[in-house]
Design a protein around this ligand. Structure first.
Ligand code: IMP
Length: 196
């Protein structure tokens, strides 16, 4: 079985998590940089699935391995699932994550509902003409009143994971990878890869 996969992301945090979870199972994970590919497709889809497909397709045109693309985001319930598919763009527009954390605190104000969840949607393309397959995972939690720790990436420092009863900003890689939205989506992908 072909155990080489290109993970279509330039996000180092995501890539690290894919390697940590899939490498021990014998998968060789290539990043775009490993393959000398410079590709940054415009994510103008209206959903995680559409954006994941846009990324997977753009990379599948360029590589000979199966490709997986991950579109993910943080959904804060009291803010109407914001920032959702715009999570990365929102941080950019705020001028970086620390500012985005503050902006979220401002928008939440003293709202007692601080519930949120991370979503991860993987699009797997065996090759450019294959049918896209989707695997999804969610991680429920709450938004902390202030940042705690600097582990992980993105919004991890303000997220409390309900199932682990742990702040992702201080979680070890192993702990986050046991409970995260990405780990759950990858677990479904692994099942598919094992039985195909
Ligand atoms: P994408 O590259 O458009 O999928 O952007 C995903 C964005 O969602 C990231 O850049 C982060 O802002 C946020 N995000 C997704 N997964 C995580 C996570 O595991 N921890 C923290 N932030 C995440």
């Amino acid at each position: 079985m072909n155990k080489e996969i290109c993970v279509a992301t330039n996000n180092k945090g995501k890539l690290k998590e894919y390697r940590e979870i899939l490498a021990p199972m014998g998968y060789v994970i290539y990043s775009p940089a490993d393959l000398n590919i410079d590709c940054d497709p415009t994510e103008d889809g209206a959903s995680y699935r559409e954006n994941a497909f846009i990324k997977a397709k753009a990379f599948a045109k360029l590589v000979k391995f199966p490709v997986l693309a991950d579109d993910s985001g943080l959904e804060i319930h009291a803010l109407g699932a914001f920032p959702g598919i715009h999570s990365s763009r929102f941080a950019e527009e705020c001028g970086g994550y620390p500012n985005a954390y503050e902006e979220i605190q401002k928008r939440l104000g003293d709202n007692t509902d601080r519930s949120a969840h991370f979503n991860c949607t993987i699009c797997y393309l065996e090759n450019i003409s294959a049918k896209p397959l989707y695997f999804e995972g969610q991680c429920p939690g709450t938004i902390l009143k202030q940042r705690h720790g600097d582990h992980g990436f993105g919004y991890d420092p303000i997220f409390h994971c309900e199932e682990a009863d742990l702040d992702f900003g201080i979680a070890s890689e192993e702990e986050k990878n046991r409970f995260s939205h990405r780990a759950k989506a990858i677990a479904k992908l692994r099942l598919f890869l094992a039985i195909r």
